[in-house]
Structure formats: C-alpha cells, structure tokens
Design a protein around this ligand. Structure first.
Ligand code: FAD
Length: 459
C-alpha cells in the first residue's frame, strides 16, 4: 500500500521531512490534507486564514502534480478520516510533521497508536520549530517562562539542522475513492457574498515560490536596516514572512539559515546586528509555541490566573465595533485596524498599541480582541496570536507589567512622526470627518490602573 503524507501547517515541498521520507520509502506516495472543523478543541482558521489556506493548498497541489503526485483533500474529523483512509488504501506507512497545540497533539497521538496497532508505520518529524519544546528546559527541567534565558538556552542547544531539499520526483499513488474526498473548491474557503478579499489579493501571492522570492528579497535588502527601522510602521522594513511561516510555505530553518548566511557573508556591523535582532524575533515565535505546548488552553485561560478576577468593562457593543472597524478616533489604532482589515496583517508596533488600547483603555477582555485578530489576520496561528494578546494584557508569559499602559498618541509621535503610516490608512485624519476619541485617554488610563488593583488584591 501507499505511504501517506499528511500535510497540515507545512504547505511546502522543500525542507519537508515528512514528504521527503515518504518519497524515499519505496512505496507510492499519497499526499492528503484534511479540513477538520469538527474535532473538539481544534480551532478552524478564521476568514482571512481560510482565504490564504485555499490558495496555498492550490499552489501545493500544483507543485505535487509537477513532481508526479497529487493532493487529495478530505473533509471530516481528522482522526477518523485518516484512520479510514489508511484502511481503505491499505497504506503501509504514514508520515507527518508535528503540531504543538493540545487538541492537535491528542489527535496525532491517537492516529499514531491506531496506525501502529494496524501494522502501519507511523513517523512524525520536527519541521515547524527550530527547537522541539521538550529539548529546551531550565536547570530544574521545567519550561522557561521568561524570553531572554529561553532564547539563550536555545542558542546554546544543538543548532537547527540545515534545510533539506524537495524530492526530485514522486511516485504518486492513485487517488483513493474515499467518500470523504472533496475538491478544494468544495471546502468553500473563499468568501463569496460579499467578496471582501480584494485587499488580500492585492497584497499577497500565497504559495511556496512566492515565499522564497520574498525571503531572498528581504535577506538581500531590508534585513540590513532591520534593527533601525523595524519599529517604524511607515517604512516597510520587516520581512512580512509571518503568513509564510504560519502556513509553512517556508520552514523556520530556511529563514534562520538565510539570515545566518547573510550575517556570515561579509556583513557590515549594522547588518550583522540586524540579522541577530531578526533571529531573535524568530526566537519569540519559538517562545510562543513552546508556551502553547506548556499551556494548551492559552487562547482562553490566563497564564497568570490572578487575571481571572479582572473586572472587564461591560461596554456597549458599538465600542468594540468602533475598534474593529478603525473608528475609535485614535489615529494610530484606527490606521492599524484598517490595515488589518484590508491586508490581513498589521505592523507589530501597531498590533501592540491597538491591543493595549482595547484591553487597557476600553477595558475589553483580551479574548475579544484575540478572536477578531484570529478572524482577520492571514498569519493568525494558535500560538503567536493568543501568546501576544496575553503578553499585552499582562496575563501571559514574560508579559509587560499591566501598569505599563501605552499612550497611543505618544506612540504615534514617536514611531510615526511624520504621519506617513496614519495618513496611508486614515486619509480623513485631521479633517472634520474624523471622529472624536471614543474614550478619554487620561481618564481611561486611571480606570485601567484601578481595575488592575483588583487583580493585585486577589493575589
Ligand atoms: P518580522 O519583524 O520580519 O519578524 C520575523 C518573524 O518573527 C515573523 O514573521 C514572526 O514569525 C516572528 N515574530 C516577530 N515578532 C513576533 C512576536 N512578537 N511573537 C511571535 N513571533 C514573532 N504573529 C504571528 O505570526 N501570528 C499572529 O497571530 C500574531 N498575533 C499577534 C497579536 C498581537 C496582539 C501582537 C502584539 C503581535 C502578534 N504577532 C503575531 C507578532 C508580530 O506582530 C508578527 O509576527 C509580525 O508583525 C509579523 O510581521 P513580519 O513577518 O514582518 O515580522
């Protein structure tokens, strides 16, 4: 029977250990993707994520066909769907790259056990993180809860392996006649009525080849001034690789080695420093995933449980809507929220400010903001998004202390001094049309600190 490759967050053919192992197994290769919005605990992608996923799967399918294979799309609860597939095709083996969320790990462990009981070889590989969570531990054998010592421990661990090649060709197995098989279009991942994805189409070209072009362009270009410009939203100074990493069009190993090579290739001191800063950001991604591994319910439960008693305000829903739609009357926040709606991403500095404004000035539960980002970001993933929301809220790992409340106006003056960014997204800023702030910044800051006293008192 065939060797099955189960694609998940690794929509690429290069540096894909599961695909590579299958191509070397001697058996015909059957590549599958399972759309699962049924298994409890799994979090199906939001609207923007579904848009990206559709196009990235189409690109992957085309690449696999060029190699002699095909992508079979199945729909249903993954443990059952994969189990049935292994039986129906009389598969000899199944290969996948690991996931780190709680429900994902439970499902994968279940599939592995039942495959092996049925005599099917089941192998999983590390491909989506530079360091496996169980290998990075404190001296006491526990997980790190602070970034700096975490990243130091990573850097003194065995270095990330070199990226591997794509298979030269695949001996594709015949497409199974499973009742669960559907076409990609059948999944209905794209918006239709209304089609709100125009901004996404203008901004992005999902797929592995485009991801590699973007990586090369960044490493040979903007990386040189990354340290200096990365906090300035009006300058396109960051890599914009987050959706590529989210969907696995690129592996972190490919990104890591490209940046390392640039640093080692006669880099001037500023470029070398920038490369180190950039690698440290990949470190935050690692830290978020390792934190997810430790706290599988990171999207719903405060890591620091004393925040459970936080007295969130009960505001009129129109306030949340004003934030979502970029009509708060705070220019940097509104610019960010509109960038998000149009392009599916938001500059990191502005994500911090917009999140802080929701949590601390509007006193709206961080989970509401996290949910909105989940639905609108093309890079939303089960680790980075809740991790960063909890970080801003103060309830998370190595979080900013709660009482550090960003002033969004000062942030704008500091990071967008000429208003380039704000004017790009809020052209009516400085006109009569632009709304008054939905809250008074000073008063709401005081209210936030008073609310925080409740948390402190409950310790
Ligand atoms: P670069 O500056 O070029 O960084 C390179 C890579 O490092 C990124 O692509 C990303 O993979 C990683 N990275 C950078 N900063 C962080 C960080 N703070 N935490 C984790 N990884 C990081 N990032 C996501 O990928 N998905 C999310 O859902 C997400 N949600 C966020 C929510 C909030 C409230 C905040 C404050 C940040 C969030 N981030 C998220 C982190 C960060 O904003 C984005 O990774 C970054 O803006 C992506 O742009 P870039 O690829 O140009 O980043």
């Amino acid at each position: 029977g065939p060797a099955v490759v189960w694609f998940r967050d690794d929509l690429r053919i290069a540096d894909n250990p599961a695909l590579y192992a299958a191509s070397r197994s001697g058996a015909p290769v059957l590549c599958v993707y399972v759309w699962d919005d049924e298994s409890p605990g799994l979090r199906p992608p939001g609207g923007a994520g579904r848009w990206w996923l559709h196009h990235s799967l189409a690109d992957l399918a085309a690449s696999l066909e060029r190699l002699g294979g095909a992508l079979t799309v199945l729909r249903g609860p993954s443990e059952k769907v994969i189990g049935d597939l292994l039986r129906e095709t009389n598969a000899s083996a199944i290969f996948w790259n690991r996931r780190y969320g709680g429900a994902e790990r439970r499902i994968d462990a279940g599939v592995k056990t039942s495959a092996r009981e049925a005599g099917v070889e089941a192998s999983s590989f590390g491909a989506s993180l530079l360091f496996e969570p169980w290998t990075i531990r404190t001296g006491h054998g526990t997980a790190f809860s602070v970034y700096t010592p975490f990243w130091r421990a990573c850097l003194s661990a065995p270095p990330p392996r070199n990226p591997g090649p794509a298979p030269r060709s695949l001996d594709g197995a015949p497409t199974p006649r499973s009742a669960r098989a559907v076409s990609l279009d059948d999944l209905g991942l794209l918006p239709t009525h209304p089609d709100w994805a125009g901004g996404l189409r203008e901004t992005w070209a999902p797929g592995e080849a485009a991801a590699h072009k973007q990586l090369t362009r960044f490493v040979d270009g903007d990386l040189a001034s990354y340290t200096e410009d990365r906090d300035v939203p009006g300058v396109d100074a960051t890599s914009r690789l987050s959706p590529r990493l989210r969907w696995g069009e690129l592996s972190p190993h490919q990104v890591w080695h490209a940046a390392r090579e640039r640093r080692d290739r006669h880099a001037d001191p500023a470029t070398a420093r920038s490369a180190t800063t950039f690698l440290g950001e990949l470190g935050w991604r690692e830290f978020a995933y390792h934190t997810l591994f430790e706290h599988p319910d990171i999207a719903t439960v405060n890591i620091h449980r004393q925040y459970d008693s936080f007295p969130w305000a009960r505001l009129h829903p129109s306030v949340l809507e004003a934030w979502q739609q970029g009509r708060t009357g705070i220019p940097l926040v509104d610019a960010g929220m509109r960038e998000l709606w149009t392009t599916g991403v938001m500059h990191n500095r502005v994500r911090m400010v917009a999140a802080s404004f929701l949590i601390k000035n509007l006193l709206i539960d961080w989970r509401r903001g996290e949910q909105w980002f989940w639905d609108t970001l093309v890079d939303a993933d089960p680790a980075n998004n809740p991790f960063n929301w909890q970080w801003v809220a103060g309830s998370g790992a190595d979080a900013a202390p709660y009482f550090r409340v960003f002033n969004p106006e000062l942030q704008r003056e500091k990071f967008d001094p000429h208003g380039d960014y704000v004017r790009r997204w809020v052209p009516e800023w400085d006109t009569e049309e632009y709304p008054e702030p939905v809250v008074d910044l000073k008063e709401s800051r005081r209210a936030a600190l008073a609310a925080y006293d409740v948390v402190k008192a409950s310790r």
